[in-house]
Ligand binder design. Structure first.
Ligand code: TYD
Ligand code: MG
Length: 463
């Protein structure tokens, strides 16, 4: 008998190696590579290539199309991230840390769709039917018409779904618990997860049902991460937040049927997830207006303006290599802003410990936050509180200039709506409207630094 062939597969990113190694070269994670039998299924490759393939018809690019049929849940924050509701026949991955609220969100979505007369099947591999019922009762959704099952075998799930007419929505919670007879690897490994997810994605395309796959993102890499199925689904949504805060953000990172970068904001309450229609008000709720080191950034998340507080603490460092800690922003971007402050504006800041925090647990990815970060840093360094009614936005260039950013009018309008009266930014474009906001335009970062430091209670260390 031929010896069973095995490969070493990274359980986080799916990279394949011929021998074991401690660190995955592809994703850089440690201890994530496990041996898997790859005699069959994915990883084995085609057994033989025969010359008897079937020719498929080739069609022109121009032609009739139907717009994708969608089903709306009525949960506006969810529908927006999906691009207007679940697309029939599509597969959607909802990823996130364990305990963040994925099951709660999807149970609420299932109940909302059932209320609108859609047929929904919820298959849980993690909880027993009784547990799901209890949760539904606690959420006040116990009487909704949702079909439940507790099952982990992909073939059994597919057979169950094939037994009736296809439902509108199928929720599989979670892909990590699925296993299939078709491959020999242990349950929970990349090969199992990928093969099961492939079978369910195929079911979505064939039956026209929308299939939601829930996936846990784990740092330790013990369970196959959902990253390996990202490429085979039509949409990937991440549910983020930290468990010490009550609000959660649903973020689209891939969507074949809509825009990405949209976010939906929810608050976790004792009655489940509540939609937050005005996230800026929530993020600014606890702001300490008179403190130095705090700047309000007028940001954009997808098509929506979101105001958020950026907090900086600059304190003299006893260490040879000062500490840098960043939460909610890119740390290399912070290094860049610090370097520009040092070399272009003459601010001696590099020898300090620097802590930067985006309040409330939001993750900011926009370069437009540069200016708010710089303002917060200078404010903390010189102990100069910034005006509490001002917002900041603008990208900083390596030359020390402040570049204009897109959607200035939207940012300004949101700031005005929330009671802010001034904005500090780069030059506005010709089409940008200030509305009722007093806009101070700075094209050089050094000018802004000088203005903030002038109000400082501590002399700035400027050359
Ligand atoms: P859950 O949806 O089970 O998370 P996931 O499926 O992502 O692992 O959510 C679990 C957390 O949510 C749990 O810590 C308790 C909290 N929670 C509430 O605060 N209120 C509620 O109404 C529910 C159902 C859960
Ligand atoms: Mg869960």
């Amino acid at each position: 008998m031929a010896k069973a062939k095995s490969s070493f597969i990274c359980q986080v990113c799916g990279a394949v190696y011929t021998r074991w190694q401690g660190r995955c070269d592809s994703c850089g994670d440690w201890n994530t590579i496990a041996e898997e039998l790859t005699d069959s299924g994915v990883g084995a490759g085609p057994k033989s290539v025969s010359g008897t393939g079937r020719a498929v018809p080739l069609v022109p690019l121009a032609g009739e199309t139907e717009s994708a049929a969608r089903i709306e849940t009525g949960i506006a924050e969810l529908d927006r991230v999906l691009g207007g509701g679940f697309v029939m026949g599509s597969a959607i991955l909802v990823g996130g840390d364990p305990g963040i609220g994925k099951s709660t969100l999807l149970l609420q979505a299932a109940a909302a769709l059932a209320e609108r007369g859609r047929s929904v099947v919820y298959v849980s591999g993690e909880e027993a039917v009784g547990q799901i019922r209890l949760r539904a009762q606690r959420l006040g959704l116990g009487d909704r018409n949702v079909a439940l099952a507790s099952e982990t075998n992909a073939e059994n799930i597919l057979a169950t779904l094939a037994a009736g007419s296809p439902p509108h929505l199928v929720i599989i919670d979670s892909i990590q618990t699925l296993w299939t007879d078709r491959v020999e690897s242990a349950p929970g490994t990349v090969t199992q997860v990928r093969t099961s997810a492939q079978a369910l994605t195929r079911y979505a395309k064939k039956s026209g049902a929308a299939v939601v796959l829930v996936g846990h993102v784990t740092k330790d890499g013990q369970i196959a991460g959902p990253r390996v199925v990202e490429h085979m689904v039509d949409a990937v949504l991440y549910f983020e937040g930290d468990t010490s805060h009550t609000f959660r953000i649903l973020r689209g990172v891939k969507n074949r049927f809509g825009a990405t970068d949209e976010i939906g904001v929810f608050e976790m309450t004792s009655l489940g997830l509540k939609e937050v229609a005005n996230p800026s008000a929530l993020f600014l709720d606890q702001r300490d207006k008179g403190a130095s080191g705090s700047a309000v950034f007028a940001g954009m998340e997808g098509t929506r303006p979101v105001l958020v507080e950026i907090q900086a603490l600059v304190s003299p460092s006893p260490l040879g290599t000062p500490r840098r800690a960043v939460v909610g922003w890119d740390s290399s971007r912070l290094s860049m802003v610090l370097a520009v402050l040092e070399s272009r504006c003459g601010v001696r800041i590099g020898a300090n410990d620097i802590y930067l925090n985006v309040a409330g647990g939001l993750k900011v990815g926009e370069p437009a936050a540069d200016l708010a970060v710089a303002a917060a840093l200078i404010s903390s360094l010189t102990n100069a509180p910034l005006p509490p009614d001002a917002v900041y936005f603008g990208e900083i260039s390596l030359a020390g200039g402040v570049r204009p950013v897109v959607h200035a009018s939207l940012r300004l309008r949101e700031a005005q709506k929330l009671g802010f009266s001034s904005a500090i930014t780069g030059r506005l474009g010709t089409g940008d409207k200030a509305g009722g906001i007093v806009v101070s335009e700075f094209s050089e970062l050094a000018d802004l630094v000088g203005r903030i430091a002038a109000n400082g209670r501590k002399a700035p260390t400027v050359d």
